[in-house]
Ligand binder design. Structure first.
Ligand code: SAM
Ligand code: SF4
Length: 485
């Protein structure tokens, strides 16, 4: 979900974004064993690496940003597209040189690729000592003990309960202003293209009181924005008796906390704490969620609402459980309740099995109808074991997939600039996240709609809210000036 939330510039959010890597920061406490983690793919993985760091910190490890200094190196991996897995395999070959220099170096593969390939990964990648799936991180200390006796260790057990709710994540790569809070794990949907249900298991929601506690704790430490994370946050459902979604649906309890309730609970931590969420399957968003967003100013007016395709036949093949008209109805509802200014983004897949030229054009026309603020755009990559791999032929040639993807990207660029132009001359409250990428004389922050604004720093600093007026726009940025009160 780096693709989903992290970077506003749509040019960075195409097929290549799986190469985005997060690395542990330098703590380097003298005398402690050093842990180095590279995290690939989605924000959920980055968030999981913070949990892993927390678990190993309790075992006396300190984090490092240098693989050369590490005693333990983990790659937290992504399987969503073939390219993501190729990237990790190439990286493992590069890491071989460090293992040759330091044969004691422990190398572990974590996350979705570990879950998908299990012990096969140990056979295929000889330098790997340890393979651990996303629900087994509590076992890491025992697994490291096993590895220290010269054995290899594998644990890819998928849990129906694990939410790591009692673990306070060690914040890695943090700007001290914005943080992610994982609120659920797994996915019970079966989109035919997607490997996630196989690599992340059944859906389960985290205790809402532990979510609120984490948000309060972050606020007390100076953070001013949290993003509630999950594959499917709108289907969040929890009760004290049961946190497994499938079982929860069968019981009748007055104490069920749904996503709208959770949003409200987190919004109430402080009006000065902004709240975002990602990502959602469109079928699960309710009017209650939209009205709750409307009620609280600090619930950011931005909804990631992944369509995947604008054609009903393709949506059926994708097993998305909605069609074009239903999706358009939901978009209209969002605009009716939250207004035309609420930002909406999407994920789009070009060249899914059997997609005709006309069906591809339906995706373009849907984009024009909605006028997405941003999109995360991919060409279809067949994944082993998915429903689509079993049922349909991956029959769109790569050059056509790429041409269609380019058309989708070009259109999104036009729409983004069109949407950004609507902001010229208006004033927005922005949360300052730090210096702009280009100059330390300028700051950057985000509007409630997740647009990045860049403006002269003056005496302002990170973590403050400031009002800015927009002067000019690019595809991904608002060029603005501070409006002093
Ligand atoms: N849960 C979210 C939803 O249902 O919309 C999506 C989460 S998924 C991890 C992120 C995005 O990756 C998807 O929305 C989809 O666009 C893309 N994706 C997933 N599988 C893919 C595949 N096999 N080929 C290309 N893109 C894929
Ligand atoms: Fe994958 Fe669909 Fe679940 Fe999203 S909702 S994670 S696309 S199976």
């Amino acid at each position: 979900m780096k693709e989903i939330i992290g970077d506003i510039d749509i040019l960075d959010n195409t097929q290549e974004s799986c190469e985005v890597v997060n690395i542990t920061k330098d703590e380097n406490n003298v005398g402690q064993k050093k842990l180095y983690i590279e995290s690939y793919g989605c924000q959920m993985n980055f968030s999981d690496s913070e949990i892993v760091s927390s678990i190993l910190k309790k075992e006396g490890y300190t984090t490092t940003s240098s693989i050369e200094e590490a005693d333990v190196t983990f790659l937290n991996t992504c399987s969503i597209r073939e390219k993501a897995e190729t990237t990790v395999r190439n990286r493992l070959s590069e890491i071989n040189q460090y293992k040759k220099k330091n044969p004691e170096l422990v190398i572990g593969v974590l996350g979705c690729m570990a879950e998908r390939l299990k012990s096969k990964l140990l056979e295929e990648e000889k330098i790997v000592d340890l393979v651990v799936g996303p629900d087994a991180y509590r076992e890491l200390p025992n697994m490291l003990d096993e590895v220290s006796t010269g054995q290899k260790a594998v644990n890819t057990f998928l849990s129906r309960e694990e939410t790591y709710d009692d673990i306070t994540p060690v914040r890695l790569n943090s700007n001290g202003v914005t943080a992610f809070i994982s609120i659920m794990r797994g996915c019970d949907n079966m989109c035919s293209f997607c490997v996630v249900p196989f690599t992340r298991g059944r859906e389960r929601s985290r205790d809402p009181f532990s979510v609120v506690k984490e948000a309060q704790d972050l606020f007390d430490k100076g953070y001013r924005e949290v993003t509630l994370l999950g594959q499917n946050v709108d289907s969040y459902k929890w009760s004290a008796e049961q946190n497994n979604k499938a079982r929860l649906e069968k019981i009748d309890s007055a104490d069920i906390v749904n996503f709208a309730n959770l949003l409200e609970m987190v919004a109430k931590v402080s009006p000065e704490l902004r709240v975002r969420f990602a990502t959602s399957h469109p079928k699960d968003i309710t009017d209650d969620v939209l009205y709750t967003m409307k009620k609280y100013d600090n619930l950011c007016k931005y909804i990631h609402f992944p369509a995947q395709s604008g054609n009903s036949r393709i949506l059926e093949r994708m097993n998305r459980t909605y069609d074009r008209d239903w999706y358009i109805g939901k978009i209209d509802r969002i605009k009716e309740i939250l207004g035309e200014d609420c930002a909406i983004s999407s994920d789009m897949i070009s060249g899914f099995c059997g997609e005709t030229e006309e069906e591809h054009k339906d995706t373009l026309s849907l984009m024009e109808y909605v006028k997405y603020d941003y999109s995360y755009m991919f060409f279809y990559s067949e994944r082993p074991g998915t429903l689509a791999e079993k049922k349909y032929e991956d029959d769109i040639p790569m050059d056509i997939k790429k041409r269609r993807l380019t058309e989708v990207i070009n259109l999104q660029r036009e729409l983004s600039i069109e949407r950004n132009k609507r902001t010229i001359g208006n004033t927005y409250k922005v949360l300052i996240e730090g210096f702009s990428k280009r100059s330390d004389k300028q700051l950057q922050g985000r509007t409630t709609c997740n647009r990045v604004a860049v403006f002269d720093a003056g005496n302002h600093k990170k973590g403050e809210y400031v009002n800015v007026r927009v002067n000019e726009v690019t595809t991904g940025t608002l060029l603005a000036s501070v409006v002093e009160n």
